[in-house]
Design a protein around this ligand. Sequence first.
Ligand code: GUN
Ligand code: ZN
Length: 462
Amino acid sequence: MTYSSGAHAIRGCIAHCLHDPGEGDDPNALEVYEDGLMIIERGHVVRVGPAEDLLPTLGDNIPVEDQSGRLIVPGFIDTHIHYAQTDMIASYGEQLLTWLERYTFPTEGRFADRAVADETAAFFVEELLRNGTTSALVLGTVHPESVDAVFEQAQARGLRMAAGKVLMDRNAPDYLLDTPDTGYRESLELIERWHGVDRLSYAITPRFAPSSSDAQLARAGELARRYPDTYIHSHLAENRDEVAWVAELFPWSRSYLDVYDHFGLLRERSVYGHSIYLDAADRRRMAETGAVAVFCPTSNLFLGSGLFDYEQTRRDGVMTSLATDVGGGTSFSMLRTAAEAYKVSQLTGSALSSARMLYLATLAGAEALDVADRVGSFREGREADFVVLDPQATPLMARRNARAESAADTLFALFILGDDRSVHSTWVQGVCQHQRNNMGQHRSAGAVVDGDRRQNLSATCC
Ligand code: GUN
Ligand code: ZN
């Protein structure tokens, strides 16, 4: 096999999911090459396999990035995150509805100023990369320019991103309201400007049922029919008071989900954050329509919303993905988010294996966003988005990793203990877009130990 002149390769412990390991933790779902090589051409994966088999096929002029001792996994996919809430992460003391009023709405009001949007979007995209996230489904604010700002930043760094202007025409401060008509028109203009450009897609984004009138939800449904390959992105059944409020606002509805169903907002590529308080009929309807439920464990715990039952949701055939939900969520890290998913799942009756956590952080997101033919694994032809993870990022992690029994065990400890410190570098379409700097240093017995040189490994990317 011959490779083109721009081809390059990366060597390390390569792990990716081929499909959902499921409750039985199917051993064939996780593919691991302990000393693996991935060959990349024009930003895409051409081959993955054992280094000893593939190195001889390379010839002399194909550079190999040596990351031996580190783990190489697909770039993380965050399927529900609010970029405009970056600055209000970790806001004290409230549950959903009062948290929105006290912190969220005033923060989002600042995005009427394009300069605030630009500056926050730049920080946000950098923070995604610092945490190994290479694809995301993002909410902007009601201001259409907020979406221009985040798309521009994502485009500049090559990220795969879907985003949308929030639709909200009631039950919020006046300075954050649009109308059914302006919301429709502004969304349509954003779709025409951004949908399908590079790796960007549009998400029609009614904030949640209480903040849209019937007329606005109907127009959102109209837009969703007119552009069937856009996403629909909203919140669903997150908090008990919210669910009761929806029952009051839409007295004819059978359930919260039924409101979205009524307005034509359930279809493939419709993605619903939280989805905690659903009954069996709701879950059946989600499964039938191909709608996605998003598990947001750090947010659900932080806002005291409740425990999402991942196993039950899956068992009922609902496609389920994982997300940070910053700023209700408390971390940009999908490693930490998966660790919280593990703990919540312990409380709902199951223990997620490292393969299942890796699936949730990568391929599940790709499937939820209907882009598993592009990202989420290292199958041949996929876009080469990947993260190099350092299992020895801190003294404790190094100590735990020294006792690891297998790559799966290393991965498990990485998920449970890891965070942005564990991300050595983040690569987007084969290009390094972030490399840990001396923030990766840590102190040990009074001395500064360089996390990179300590392992005497080359770190030649970027
Ligand atoms: N429901 C409506 N808006 C929001 C929001 O901004 N965050 C969360 N977590 N839930 C919501
Ligand atoms: Zn949210």
